[in-house]
Ligand binder design. Structure first.
Ligand code: NAD
Length: 355
């Protein structure tokens, strides 16, 4: 509130001194993603407060020039926000992402430069639903039955799926999406295990070590952030710990899995199958070897796309941008200890000369 007042005061003073008042600039990257009308539909308030620009550039001096004029950068997930781009943003008050993942942003550099980075976690329910959809589809062999119907095959005594009732699901990462997945699994009367070094209690999940989770689970579902500790957390060694009847589900990030080790485990009977929505390299190539395996259900990082979640993410991102413009650190800032370069008292970047 105080900062908002500072913003208004700076504006009033500028008007009194007849200095032309420029509106803050919000720069959105991945311009090609947005269809006409997106801004009007999703950001009802922002266009009155800021000039909204789009860029299709991913790197280079022209992008630096565009970023240099931006007060806020709105970053769509697959875009790499490297130190040089952040350094080019001399006026930047903050970065806001369109979804949860911030691993493509150099958050350490942003923190060093005094730039808050806020994410927009509006997709918890839909990702949890997508993960459990893959669990249920693998258990019921949905992909097999769809093919059988197309080919006119009648069920026989050799083809059967399994129940989820009384089975064990292990959640690696027990944050927003992990917890939401656990609740749905509980409704199936599954036993829920979770491994998350930063979570100490849960009413739903039995918290266990990674090794115990891998050994006991019928379904292992990934819901951790991608970081240096979790990159390739599903590798040859950990796949060896899983039951040969178990399934792996990944709706989190492709880099959590060593795909070559997974392919070996799926072809030599190490594990029973996998449901994968995310990939090491995206968009996933149609001739990716995992997509050709009969015990894999693969989707191109789209299974969780829902109109409600997109809308929710857009609302959260607009709120975060407005907070930054009002001089407040947004609620979902992933580097909350940042020393903000923006001076709320003067409504300017710290150290910048007053008009
Ligand atoms: P979150 O921050 O609420 O939860 C992440 C959890 O990971 C936290 O509880 C954290 O303690 C845990 N974690 C961190 N390091 C860990 C480690 N070494 N081992 C185990 N757990 C660890 O995030 P969220 O909103 O639940 O999102 C989870 C993941 O889902 C993210 O990677 C995100 O990018 C991904 N995601 C995917 C989609 C999609 O479309 N498929 C959409 C949204 C989010």
């Amino acid at each position: 509130m105080a900062a908002n007042t500072a913003g208004c005061r700076a504006h009033r003073e500028a008007v009194q001194r007849r200095v032309p008042v420029t509106r803050p600039v919000v720069l959105m990257n991945r311009a090609g993603f947005y269809k006409a009308g997106w801004i009007e539909k999703h950001w009802p308030t922002l266009p009155q407060r800021a000039e909204i620009r789009m860029t299709g550039l991913e790197s280079g001096p022209d992008l630096h020039t565009e970023v240099a004029e931006a007060d806020i950068l709105y970053n769509r997930g697959s875009f790499r926000l490297t130190r040089d781009i952040l350094e080019a943003g001399r006026k930047l008050r903050g970065v806001v992402t369109s979804g949860v993942g911030t691993e493509k942003i150099d958050v350490a550099a942003a923190t060093e430069l005094g730039i808050p980075v806020a994410n927009s976690p509006g997709n918890t329910s839909t990702v949890a639903e997508a993960a459990m959809l893959l669990v249920a589809a693998l258990a019921k062999r949905l992909h097999f039955w769809i093919e059988a119907a197309r080919e006119g095959k009648a069920p026989d005594s050799t083809t059967e799926g399994m129940e989820l009732f009384n089975k064990t699901i292990g959640l690696i990462g027990y944050g927003r999406i992990g917890r939401a997945t656990g609740k749905i699994a509980q409704a199936y009367e599954m036993h829920v295990l979770a491994y998350d070094p930063y979570v100490t209690e849960s009413d739903v999940a039995e918290l266990v070590s990674l090794e115990e989770l891998l050994k006991r689970s019928d379904f292992v579902s990934l819901h951790t952030l991608l970081n240096d500790d979790t990159r390739r957390i599903i590798n040859e060694e950990n796949l060896d710990l899983m039951k040969s009847t178990a399934f792996l589900i990944n709706t989190s990030r492709g880099e959590l899995v060593d795909e070559e080790a997974l392919e070996r485990a799926l072809t030599n009977g190490g594990i029973a199958g996998a449901g994968l929505d995310v990939w090491d390299i995206e968009p996933v190539s149609p001739d990716h070897p995992l997509l050709g395996l009969p015990n894999v259900i693969g989707t191109p990082h789209g299974l969780a796309h829902a109109s409600e979640s997109r809308r929710r993410c857009a609302v959260l991102s607009e709120q975060s941008i407005l907070s930054l413009l009002d001089g407040n650190i947004p609620e979902f800032t992933v580097n909350p200890t940042v020393t903000w370069r923006f001076d709320q008292r003067t409504d300017r970047r710290r150290g910048e000369k007053e008009l």
